[in-house]
Design a protein around this ligand. Structure first.
Ligand code: CA
Length: 233
């Protein structure tokens, strides 16, 4: 993968960079927010490792600018344990995952590779449909009622998981495992934030919601009753 690290602690940046290079990744490092934003826009890396406290421009601002510009790079934020608030803000602002400092290099590499691993997509032209919500899996496009919806890679994967089995309820833990490749100890709050993000993009402005919460069980995507869906039109 082509990975961009935006991190102002030189020693940490160096360690992270050399661990990733050892695993065969192509890595570049920028240590300031403004330069980092420019580098992310110009180089279009596959994955961005983004520190939050940065000189020049805060990590959250960098992330916001990238997402506003429609840059769909996978973003992992690096946060200190004390910055729980920032982590939540980061996920809400469009990060795909986070890593808490300090971290072991092996864990970092494993998590970065899990984030970078694309879902094995099936046949070309693979198409999912629930009511008026349509997903072109191969082109990674989503539209509802003919209107295109821009999703981050992880938002796309959460929605894809739900749309592959309409009506099936997925627990938060199950979504964590499927999408983040993590076990049940992973913070399920992250799943809640992603569902909230998806609702905003997929359901807001439409009379009938497609994303449903089954109390204490989890989440499902299904067509409203009496409305044709799942392939029928
Ligand atoms: Ca920093």
């Amino acid at each position: 993968m082509r990975i961009l690290i935006i991190e102002d602690e030189p020693q940490l940046a160096r360690h992270v960079s050399s661990a990733l290079v050892r695993h065969g990744h192509e890595v570049s490092v920028v240590n300031d927010g403004v330069a980092g934003l420019a580098a992310a826009q110009e180089r279009r890396p596959d994955l961005l490792l983004l520190d939050l406290n940065l000189p020049g421009m805060e990590g959250l601002a960098v992330l916001g600018r990238l997402r506003d510009a429609g840059v769909q790079v996978r973003v992992m934020i690096l946060t200190a344990r004390a910055e729980v608030e920032h982590r939540i803000k980061g996920l809400k602002a469009g990060a795909d995952d986070y890593l808490t400092k300090p971290f072991a290099m092996e864990e970092m590499v494993a998590r970065v590779e899990a984030l970078g691993r694309r879902r094995a997509t099936s046949a070309p032209g693979d198409h999912l449909e629930v009511a008026d919500l349509q997903m072109d899996v191969r082109r990674r496009r989503v539209a509802r009622g003919g209107k295109s919806i821009s999703l981050s890679p992880r938002e796309f994967e959460v929605l894809q998981t739900l749309m592959e089995e309409p009506g099936r309820v997925f627990s938060r833990t199950e979504l964590c495992e499927r999408v983040w490749h993590r076990d049940h100890e992973y913070d399920t709050r992250t799943v809640e934030i992603f569902i909230a993000r998806l609702r905003k993009k997929v359901d807001s402005g439409f009379e009938l919601p497609l994303i449903h919460t089954e109390r204490s069980l989890g989440y499902t995507v299904r067509a409203p009753e009496g409305v044709a869906g799942e392939g029928r039109s």
